[in-house]
Design a protein around this ligand. Structure first.
Ligand code: NZQ
Ligand code: ZN
Length: 392
């Protein structure tokens, strides 16, 4: 077991009708002028934005608004948000939406509190020293940004998608009402469940450190998502299943399932970020499309974890060699992806990158990782290219 720091400053307010507490939660921070940041329209259509405005007004808190955040949120809107907030003297950023809106808020928060170009942080050429406080009203269980230290932004020019991690961007509060996620299209629900599983698997498939309790939490979390994703496929309005998935989303990416290990693998995320940047696909679907290829490629270097995963998470029987059991675990996860209509390769994802495009993605992926990425197995540019080829 390695040393770890577990830092989760986010106040979670969970359950039916909790959105009505938003105004009070902002007031508690002492901030008085809010940016309501949102996406492409789902929050307006559902009536949520009207309720959030009313909640702020009832506490005497003024606000300005900026909508239009797209999945794979763009740097251009971040710049627009920074300008708007400076002009309007905003002192609190309220994300009403999912990971894309939250990440855009975090980036605006960096831009408002640090000199120079905010993109520098995403290129890792310097560190942010502060971030304006961010609050969240979450509408999709997926990225886990509502409690994470991460923000992922895409630079419009060249569609370069990059993440930046820093504890100072963790949201002050997250309002999570499972009912809000019931308007999600089935595809987005499935993408979210995939991302939640992946955040847990990224921390589970490592070669560094081991903590029995952390593993047990991770395994329970994954089993919970597997079960409830299938319930939601048949019964999307099932409140309890929505609640299980929503809470799993936060716990999968707030650091809990990585305590005591080496920080995780995250190669599948690295590979997906290049696909998301080049082809603008939904993050969860992009992960599902490459995971199986990644798993087979690294399997022999991380066998004990894969066989444990097969037995404890996927319910594979203790029969045959360790490798056979491990492979059955990978196959069972791919079967699960198919059962919730997620792709298991890039063609099923709807893209067919050329050899040149795959070379570019592998090159960019290794550059973004500073040369190599992974813990299950260290991957270099040629390994990344091979995984893209396998995932075609
Ligand atoms: O824009 P609207 O109209 O709101 O539609 C959104 C969007 O099209 C829709 N949606 C959200 N809530 C809804 C809803 N539609 C109907 N009803 C609702 N209640 O869902 C679509 C996807 O939203 P998005 O915010 O993009 O989803 P997600 O939470 O999956 O975020 C994805 C982004 O987060 C990044 C991803 O790379 C991607 O850019 N990630 C962020 C992480 C972090 N900050 O910790 C970690 C992740 O690994 C990930 O990389
Ligand atoms: Zn993710």
């Amino acid at each position: 077991m390695f040393q770890f720091t577990y830092h989760t400053p986010t106040k979670v307010v969970f359950g039916k009708d909790t959105k009505q507490q938003t105004g009070r939660l902002v007031k508690e921070t002492g901030c008085r002028r809010v940016l309501i940041h949102y996406g492409g329209g789902s929050a307006e259509r559902s009536g949520l934005l009207a309720q959030i405005r009313a909640s702020l007004e009832s506490e005497g808190i003024s606000y300005v608004e900026l909508g239009g955040v797209v999945p794979n949120p763009r740097l251009s809107l971040v710049y627009e948000g920074i300008e708007l907030c400076r002009r309007e003297k905003v002192d609190f950023l309220l994300a009403v939406g999912g990971g894309s809106v939250i990440d855009s808020c975090k980036a605006i928060g960096y831009g408002l509190t640090n000199e120079g170009d905010v993109w520098d942080f995403y290129e890792h050429t310097r560190q942010a020293s502060a971030c304006m406080p961010v609050g969240v009203v979450l509408t999709i269980a997926a990225a886990g940004s509502e409690m994470s230290n991460s923000s992922v932004i895409t630079k419009d020019e060249g569609m370069v998608k990059r993440g930046y991690n820093n504890d100072i961007c963790r949201p002050v509060f997250a309002v999570m009402d499972p009912v809000l996620t019931m308007t999600l299209p089935a595809y987005q629900t499935a993408c979210g469940c995939t991302d939640i599983l992946m955040h847990t698997m990224e921390r589970y498939f490592t070669n560094g450190g081991n903590m029995e309790l952390t593993d047990a939490i991770a395994e329970a979390l994954m089993r919970t998502v597997l079960t409830n994703a299938l319930i939601l496929k048949k019964d999307p309005d099932n409140y309890d299943a929505r609640a299980e998935i929503l809470w799993a989303g936060s716990l999968s990416h707030n650091g809990l399932t990585g305590c005591g290990n080496d920080g995780g693998d995250f190669a599948t995320h690295g590979l997906e970020h290049e696909i998301g940047g080049m082809f603008d696909v939904a993050h969860g679907a992009g992960l599902a499309a490459v995971w199986g290829s990644w798993a087979r490629y690294v399997l022999k270097d991380c066998m004990p974890r894969f066989s444990k995963f097969a037995r404890n998470v996927m319910g594979v029987a203790q029969q045959g060699s360790e490798e056979e059991i491990a492979l059955k675990g990978i196959e069972a996860m791919e079967d699960f992806y198919r059962s919730i209509d997620m792709p298991t390769n890039m063609r099923e994802l709807g893209i067919a990158p050329t050899e040149e495009q795959m070379k570019t993605m592998a090159h960019m992926c290794s550059l973004a990782a500073g040369g190599c990425k992974g813990s299950a197995r260290k991957l270099y540019e040629e390994d990344m290219l091979e995984i893209y080829r396998m995932a075609l």
